[in-house]
Structure formats: structure tokens, C-alpha cells
Design a protein around this ligand. Structure first.
Ligand SMILES: *Cc1c(COP(=O)(O)O)cnc(C)c1O
Length: 445
């Protein structure tokens, strides 16, 4: 294809040269293509770097992570159980979360005592709801969004059933207006207002996984709390992506996974936030939430660690914790503010390129909000004429890694820590080519 299709083409190298975070790309392994078995058979240029725009699903591996894992394997091999207390790299396993909790707290805008690094997202949501969803005869409803991520929905629905309540009565879901894909904040506030007497809790995503909409967390939290409703946020797609101030916003609780924008590796260790004012909340407990000084006295008298630490259950996976550390060391080289600034420009550049191409633009609609303050590092493209699958396949063959959500959406996430303007430009070219091919196949068939 001709390189000069876009007037904005020449901007990519210049934008990259002005990017203050461009050196951080070198901190990551960029996958090579071909990736899948199918493409492996057809591709002729193995070993070339893929265009990876899938950090919203699985962030890339930081180069430092392997060494950290090997260090832990060595300590385990050389010292066995002594690694819990004596550690050549100053990471005694007994306190392994100490190496990740401070940077985590910065990333979510919390006091260090308000975060704990533990477990996995859906399980943590259950534990947090066990603590914070306390339905009474009067206040028992939960407000959610209609298109909640299925795992969140299952967790909420099963909590409701666990309390002997009927989900069709106890779950109130907020939908976009007819013909819209995203939800207006005013509609969220209206639903809260309308149900204020009966609502126990509201649980929403910070960034919606499908549309990429960034919710107005501060405003919604404030409004719900003014009606004595408990406020929880699922930050799976928000953490490491957008600026968060959970403490100042007075969020009651939040949970996130760390393998998306936080790059901790598949199934990585998750995190929770408990506002300091809620640290005495009743909860389900385990020995790792017990005061460290007396934990090993084994007296069966639970003394909680003050703050989120008291919500821990098990001793955390050391391997998972150092995988997260590998990535947080990269985060520590910059700030969330700087990451977000780049992200707004990078996603804006992608949008600009896509909107400039009217010829292929008519085959899809960008359903992510156009206002940068209402989105993170993701654009969701909703395809028409049933061509999404064909477009996705062609992108894959060209070494462009994005992800699809049935029936018709391709999600594209330029992650500011490692994606370049050139990645974005190449994506737009490949997308154009893929659509032209896919649409001509569809129409001639
Ligand atoms: C990614 C994601 C999950 C995944 O849950 P796990 O328990 O980590 O498997 C759950 N909810 C949301 C909103 C997500 O984006």
C-alpha cells in the first residue's frame, strides 16, 4: 500500500522524537509475529516486531522481570524456608508485598496503608462485598451498569443470591440511552437519586472494558455517598491507565487486577483499596490479615493489621509479587501524570488518523467517547456489515495484535509505557488495508 495515504503520516517519527517517555519502550519485550499457529504457517517474515496494541488485555513483559523471578528461584533453591526472613536481595518473603505496595498506592492515589496486594480480582471482589455489601430489609439494592464485565456481574448476582435476595429486584442496572453506547453521568446520578432509599451499594468500573468509557469517579462517588450508599470501583481497566485519587475521592473500596496496564503477567497478583475511614469494617479474615508482630503466636485471637492489610488472607505468591515489581520499577521511572499526558496524545493521534480516512471510516464507528477526559488508552471500533472477524484476521496476519469482543467490536489500546506513535500510525495503515480487503471480499461474495 502507498505510504502517503494520510496527511498525518509524516508526524509519527517527529512525535516519537518529542515523546519524553519513548525510552521506556526499551524496558519491555515486544512480541514477534507471527503469534498464533494459523499465522505461523502463512507468514514469511518471522521474527519481526509485532504492533502490540493489546495492553488492555495483557500488558507486555518488562525485561527486568525475568531476573527477579530467577533471583527468587535461587533463594528458594539455596535457602529453602530461610528465604522468609533472610534474603540476599532484601526481599524477605514474610514481607514480600512491601516491595510493591508503596508504588501501588501512588498509582491509585492512596495512602500506603489503604492498599493491599493480594489474590485475584474476582475473588477480591467477593471478599470486599462480603465486607461492604450488608443488605438490610430496607436498603438492599446494588446499582451496577448494564454491560458489566461478566465476572463482575456473576460476583454481584451470586452475592445477592447468597443473601437470599432476588437479583431481578435487588440489582439495578444502568443502561446507555437508546442508540447510545456509553452512559451519561447525569443518568447514573438520576438512577442513584431514584433508588437512594433502597440502595446499599454501587459498584461500577472506572473504565468500561468494552466501550473504553472513563466514568466520572469523583462525582459519582460524592453523590452516592451523600445518600449513604457504599461506593466500590472495579479498576481493572483504569489502574496504570488513568489518574486516580481514591483517598481524596473518599471511595469506600476498590479492586483491580494487575496484568492489564500494570504488566504483571498472566494471572498476576491483584490489589485492593480500603479507605482509611473504613478500616474497621467487618470482613472475612485469614492469618495474613493478622498483626504481624503476633501472627505466629497462633493464639486464634484475630488482631487486624490496621488498614487494607487487615483484609489479607493468605501469604502472597512471591513469584507473582516480583512479577509485579518488575513492572512497578518501570512505573517508578516516571509518574502517572506523565503517562496519562502521553496517553491522551497517543490515543488522540490514533483517533485523528482514523477519522481522517473517510473511505474506510464508514465501515465502523468509534464507540469510545471522543472527549479525552472520558476515556483512557483505548478506542473501541464497532464494525458494520459483519466484517469485524475478517478485519481482525487480516490484522493478525499483518502482525497487528489487538483484541475482539463479539459480536462486532475490535478494541485497540495504545499503552503509553511502550507504544510509539509509529505503532499507532502503522496500525492505521494496516487497518485501512484490512478493511478494504475485508469489505471487497464481503461484497463480492
Ligand atoms: C479483566 C477483568 C476481570 C478479570 O477478572 P479475574 O478475576 O482477574 O480473572 C474482571 N473484571 C473486569 C472488569 C475486568 O476488566
Amino acid at each position: 500500500m502507498s505510504g502517503g495515504t494520510f496527511p498525518l503520516a509524516q508526524n509519527a517519527p517527529e512525535l516519537d522524537s518529542r515523546d519524553h517517555l519513548r525510552h521506556l519502550r526499551d524496558e519491555f519485550h515486544i512480541p514477534k509475529y507471527p503469534i498464533s499457529q494459523e499465522t505461523r504457517q502463512t507468514d514469511e517474515t518471522p521474527g519481526q516486531q509485532a504492533i502490540y496494541l493489546c495492553g488492555n488485555s495483557l500488558g507486555l513483559q518488562p525485561k527486568g522481570t525475568r531476573a527477579l523471578l530467577l533471583e527468587e528461584l535461587d533463594v528458594w533453591a539455596d535457602q529453602g524456608v530461610y528465604g522468609h526472613h533472610s534474603h540476599p536481595n532484601s526481599r524477605p518473603w514474610i514481607d514480600i508485598d512491601a516491595c510493591v505496595s508503596e508504588e501501588t498506592a501512588k498509582i491509585v492515589g492512596a495512602l500506603r496503608s489503604e492498599v493491599a496486594v493480594m489474590g485475584t480480582l474476582t475473588s477480591n471482589l467477593h471478599f470486599l462485598m462480603a465486607a461492604f455489601y450488608r443488605p438490610t430489609n430496607v436498603r438492599y439494592k446494588v446499582i451496577v451498569e448494564d454491560k458489566a464485565f461478566p465476572s463482575d456481574y456473576y460476583a454481584i448476582e451470586s452475592q445477592v443470591l447468597w443473601h437470599g435476595l432476588d437479583p431481578s429486584d435487588a440489582i439495578i442496572s444502568i443502561s446507555p440511552r437508546p442508540g447510545k453506547h456509553t452512559i451519561d453521568t447525569r443518568d447514573i446520578l438520576q438512577v442513584i437519586e431514584d433508588n437512594r432509599e433502597f440502595t446499599s451499594m454501587i459498584l461500577l468500573p472506572g473504565v468500561q472494558y468494552y466501550t473504553g468509557q472513563l466514568f466520572e469517579m469523583e462525582r459519582i462517588t460524592k453523590f452516592a455517598k451523600s445518600h449513604d450508599i457504599v461506593v466500590g470501583w472495579d479498576l481493572a481497566h483504569a489502574v496504570g491507565n488513568v489518574e486516580l485519587s481514591l483517598h481524596d475521592w473518599q471511595v469506600d473500596f476498590a479492586a483491580w487486577c494487575s496484568y492489564k496496564y500494570l504488566n504483571s503477567g498472566p494471572g498476576g497478583i491483584a490489589g485492593i483499596f480500603i479507605h482509611e475511614t473504613r478500616s474497621n469494617q467487618g470482613r472475612l479474615t485469614g492469618w495474613w490479615g493478622h498483626d504481624q508482630a503476633s501472627r505466629f503466636k497462633m493464639e486464634n485471637k484475630f488482631v487486624a493489621i490496621p488498614g487494607a492489610g487487615g483484609f489479607q488472607h493468605s501469604n502472597p505468591s512471591v513469584m507473582a509479587a516480583v512479577c509485579l515489581l518488575g513492572s512497578l520499577r518501570v512505573f517508578a521511572k516516571t509518574t502517572i501524570k506523565a503517562i496519562r499526558e502521553k496517553s491522551v496524545r497517543l490515543t488522540g493521534y490514533m483517533e485523528e488518523l482514523l477519522l481522517a480516512d473517510k473511505e474506510t471510516g464508514r465501515f465502523y464507528e468509534i464507540i469510545t467517547p471522543g472527549n479525552p477526559s472520558e476515556r483512557g488508552a483505548q478506542l473501541s471500533l464497532l464494525f458494520k456489515d459483519g466484517i469485524m472477524d475478517a478485519v481482525f484476521r487480516k490484522l493478525e496476519l499483518a502482525g497487528v495484535i489487538v483484541d475482539k469482543r463479539d459480536p462486532d467490536v475490535i478494541r485497540v489500546a495504545p499503552a503509553p509505557l511502550y507504544n510509539s506513535y509509529e505503532d499507532v500510525f502503522k496500525f492505521s495503515q494496516n487497518l485501512r488495508e484490512a478493511i478494504l480487503e475485508a469489505s471487497s471480499v464481503t461484497f463480492s461474495a
